[in-house]
Ligand binder design. Structure first.
Ligand code: IPD
Ligand code: CA
Ligand code: CA
Length: 255
């Protein structure tokens, strides 16, 4: 099935690339900072049509339309365009993210970094790859030498889970912090050793399903902010190379 996920991710990515830089029809979702374009919708339709044709009995959880619930052990978790704000502003950092779960366990994940043309992929127990190259997390040992990445949800103005305080505390304790605007890409750059850690609050299942598996298969650790195991519905996500995990948790819990 991984080949199918890669194939449809590429098709969706090609559609997105063709729309990049063109004039877009932008609609607001929950608020004026939460955007959706006709490209998000077209990408999602392409992916859903593919799944329904090839795997008609499977459930789908998809960001824009909600998806389709079937009596199946399989569920596809789809973010048709992760990084919509970047996409609409002409910043070339966005992706397609598709995870596949069987009995609530993620068994495959693909993130297509559209403008870099890199397919990040993982199957449970099979390692993580960038195109066909095996990838692994960094070996950085100390938070002070770490480059971290984060993001903010669309309800950021409400300071969910103390997001601003977390940002300040980690900025003071790490080498640097970046904010790219695609959580799926954040996970992949963590997985390939560019970033040493990534945290975010109030992500959605489609933001993290594929990326979490890729990070774990690259040797990374993914937990909540006190080190407990999480699932794709969790609201506090911390992913690191494993070595700096406890150092970040300590900072987070000493605010
Ligand atoms: C968003 C991006 C962003 C993250 C937000 C997400 P979208 O997804 O992943 O990096 O900070 O929390 O909602 O809306 O572009 O698919
Ligand atoms: Ca997203
Ligand atoms: Ca999206």
């Amino acid at each position: 099935m991984i080949d199918d996920i890669i194939e449809i991710s590429k098709q969706a990515g090609n559609l997105i690339r063709e729309g990049f830089g063109k004039s877009l029809h932008i609609e607001y979702k929950t608020t004026e900072i939460n955007l959706v374009t006709e490209i998000d919708k077209a990408s999602e339709k392409l992916i859903i049509d593919f799944i329904q044709k090839k795997y008609p009995s499977h459930s789908i959880l998809a960001e824009e339309c909600g998806g389709v619930t079937k009596d199946s052990e399989y569920i596809w978790v789809v973010d048709p365009l992760d990084g919509t704000t970047n996409f609409t502003h002409g910043l070339p950092i966005f992706s397609v993210s598709i995870g596949l779960q069987k009995n609530n366990e993620t068994i495959a994940g693909v993130v297509y970094d559209v403008m870099q043309n890199i397919i990040y992929s993982a199957e449970l127990g099979g390692g993580a790859f960038a195109n066909s190259e095996k990838i692994k997390v960094s070996s950085t040992e100390s938070l002070k030498q770490s480059l971290l990445v984060t993001g903010f949800p669309y309800n950021v103005a409400e300071n969910p889970e103390g997001a601003f305080e977390l940002f300040i505390a980690l900025t003071k304790n790490a080498r640097g912090i970046r904010r790219l605007g695609s959580a799926a890409i954040d996970f992949c750059y963590l997985s390939s050793g560019v970033f040493d850690g990534f945290w975010e609050v109030h992500l959605h299942p489609w933001d993290l399903c594929a990326g979490k598996l890729i990070a774990e298969e690259a040797g990374g650790l993914v937990t909540d902010f006190i080190g407990n195991a999480i699932n794709i519905y969790s609201k506090k996500i911390l992913s690191t190379n494993g070595r700096i995990h406890d150092q970040i948790i300590k900072v987070m819990n000493n605010i």
